[in-house]
Design a protein around this ligand. Sequence first.
Ligand SMILES: Cc1cc2nc3c(=O)[nH]c(=O)nc-3n(C[C@H](O)[C@H](O)[C@H](O)COP(=O)(O)O)c2cc1C
Length: 379
Amino acid sequence: MTLDMTHPSIADLARRARRRVPRFVWEYLDSGTGADTATAANRAALDRIRLVPKPLAGPVDPQLETALLGVDYALPVGIAPVGMSGLIWPGAEVTLAKAAARARVPYCLSTVAAATPETVGRHTGGMGWFQLYPPGDPDIRRDLLDRARGAGFHTLVLTADVPVASRRERLRRAGITNPMKITPRIFLDCALHPEWALTMLGYGKPRLVTLEKYADVQTDRPGTAHVGYLLRTAPDADYVKALRDLWPGKLVVKGVLDPAAARGLGALGVDAVWVSNHGGRQFDAAPAAIDALPLVREAVGPEMPVLFDGGIASGTDILRALALGADFTFVGRAPHYGLAAFGARGAAHVFDIFRASLEADMGQMGLARPADAATRCAL
Ligand SMILES: Cc1cc2nc3c(=O)[nH]c(=O)nc-3n(C[C@H](O)[C@H](O)[C@H](O)COP(=O)(O)O)c2cc1C
């Protein structure tokens, strides 16, 4: 039986992924922050959006190719940056980069990944984006950008919604410490998930390898043990301008929900705005990302590309986002559910699900191209 028969939706993959990884890993992947209301709101608000089907549209032949920032992608959905992907399933960064290259969709590598840009860049097939948690030290910043560029990543994403760490109470309850310690409880959790544990043994404990080069750099935040947090700063408009001067490729700012802030980004040289509440992981009172999307679109006007993530689990959701003003969408958890459920085959299946569901729904809506969703009625 094919995966499409046994696991036709992202929720099916998530259920299997949950069984295959240790509990603390599942909590890392799935959780939000606080009471997880922002994560839940992302899903609930998507479900509330109804798209009006078009009768008598005649036959349509949906073409899913979507151009964004000068590149033609096969689908209007890419893989969002996920820190420590390699904890969720060993080797995740390279496996997902390869899956994205094969599906011809963007793969955005996180600064706090378990694989370096040098390692992953070889596998991106021109689909590579690099996400920056902004280093305070200008020398580290320059070096990191040079490394990403040199490794073939053409689009830079500055994450703007992590000015400080969030509480992530579920991680605390699951016994995850920072830096990670293998306590007896974590050890037992791993032993109870032998496939994950044995594969992980082959790869070694995942680390913030990209940042290790800078680990001995002095910082003014001695209370924080995690090298990732040691290096980050809370960026402002001057930081964006500095990035614009340093980065010759496209520049995207991720984590924007505030229309007024979005409006100012074009003047700083930003090429696209990414509407996101970080999958609900940073601020539990944040609005659902999809509720902020039309306001941001209105604020930036029709010319500025607007990207979207938060809760997407089907082609239907992708069309909801495009109908409300997005040009392109991203998924964080979904490809990791596929990967943890079935390895590389599961990651590829996630994009098959998106493709099939886009085609089915575009047929209902009489759309020849995903972008035409913007012309249709959303209630
Ligand atoms: C486990 C995990 C780790 C993440 N790490 C990062 C990160 O390193 N950088 C970043 O900009 N966003 C990070 N995000 C947020 C995602 O890029 C994305 O905004 C979010 O997952 C979208 O919501 P979705 O998971 O519902 O698709 C992370 C999300 C998850 C689930």
